[in-house]
Design a protein around this ligand. Structure first.
Ligand code: IPM
Ligand code: MN
Length: 352
């Protein structure tokens, strides 16, 4: 069997880190006798500036025929903020119904965390962010735009179906992970009298089907505090789209920064197409310099393998990454790793 994987290197440092991610995927595929068929798509800022196109219907239709998508970064300094993000990244998430945003937060040995007195034994949890609804739905409008009486409305859409499938995924993952068997929901029940109410009611109802999982609720502002003070409390955290966006950046910092943080946009349904990406963005100031940290892209590749069910290959990549992080990289920051982008990819391949 051959896995058909779409590759979208995208903008800025995206292509450089994707190259290293692919280098590792190809090397582990050879060792584990996995066959990959990679197809590259030039979606991103350059293509948009040339053609005015973000993501066409025909490309979208093609992408539905792949088993997964490997994405570098979307965002270009000459394109107004929002166009590429909404036209490519969010459009893919919505059109492919990737309703789970999966963000493992794991501090590897040898990686520096800004949290005093915390180590790998304290920082090992997963955040599940709902990825298709909430304030990201694009619903809303202006009234009397540009006048002193202007009104701007941005609506948070929360459906029972959308919340339930996300919460259910979180419970299932908690069981599969079998770590602390604890699921924490974060919301704002003290303020969001409709949305948070639906989330908590759904959470409590679904929880009855998972008696082995301990449940816990925290307001999202308090979550920010506890993630810093007591990250060891957490196992799996589930929250809505915007809260999840915010807390996952905070979480990325405690695991060593954007150079190492990877995420998956998952459609868990049969035939669903999921997309894996480093969290770092396009970092235009480092583009083309061979200094950016590719570890997040390599970790995204590791998540892709795991998602495809290639557990042995995924473990192999994780072990190699972990070794390189502990024994080689001086820092996670661009230009301070002690190695070039390509050398980091080569090192991971060496220890596979
Ligand atoms: C992320 C990013 C995106 C988001 C942006 C680029 C639209 O911040 O993946 O977390 O807000 O979801
Ligand atoms: Mn974000």
């Amino acid at each position: 069997m051959t896995y058909k994987i779409a590759v979208i290197p995208g903008d800025g440092t995206g292509p450089e880190v994707v190259n290293e991610g692919l280098k590792v995927l190809k090397a582990v595929a050879e060792k584990e006798k996995i066959r990959f068929d990679f197809h590259s798509y030039d979606l991103g800022g350059e293509r948009y500036l040339k053609t005015g196109e973000t993501l066409s219907e025909s490309v979208l239709a093609e992408l539905k025929n792949f088993q997964a998508i490997f994405l570098g970064a979307i965002g270009h300094p000459q394109v107004k903020s929002g166009i590429l993000e909404q036209g490519i990244l969010l459009r893919l998430r919505f059109a492919l119904d990737q309703y789970i945003n999966l963000r493992p937060v794991k501090l590897y040995p040898g990686v520096e965390t800004p949290l005093k007195d915390k180590g790998p034994e304290h920082i090992n949890f997963i955040i599940i962010r709902e990825n298709t609804e909430g304030l990201y739905s694009g619903a809303g409008g202006f009234l009397k735009k540009g006048t002193p009486d202007e009104v701007a409305i941005q609506e948070s859409i929360n459906t029972r179906k959308g919340v339930e499938r996300c919460v259910r995924y979180a419970f299932e993952l908690c069981l599969r992970r079998n770590h602390k068997l604890k699921l924490t929901m974060a919301s704002k029940t003290n303020v969001l009298n409709y949305a948070a109410d639906l989330w908590v009611r759904t959470f409590e109802e679904v929880a009855k089907e998972y008696p082995r999982v301990k449940t816990d609720y925290t307001h999202v502002d308090a979550l920010c505090m506890w993630m810093i003070k007591n990250p060891e409390w957490f196992d799996v955290i589930v929250t809505d789209n915007l809260f999840g966006d915010i807390v996952t950046d905070l979480a990325a910092m405690i695991q060593g920064g954007l150079g190492i943080a990877a995420g998956g946009n998952i459609n868990p349904d049969p035939g669903g197409v999921s997309m894996f990406e480093p969290m770092g963005g396009s970092a235009p100031k480092y583009a083309g310099k061979n200094v950016i940290n590719p570890m997040a892209a390599i970790a995204a590749g590791q998540m892709l393998l795991d998602h495809l069910g290639e557990k042995k290959a995924a473990e192999r990549v994780e072990k190699a990454m972990s070794h390189v992080l502990e024994k080689h990289l001086k820092s996670m920051a661009a230009g301070e790793m002690g190695y070039t982008t390509q050398e980091v990819g080569d090192l991971v391949v060496k220890y596979l």
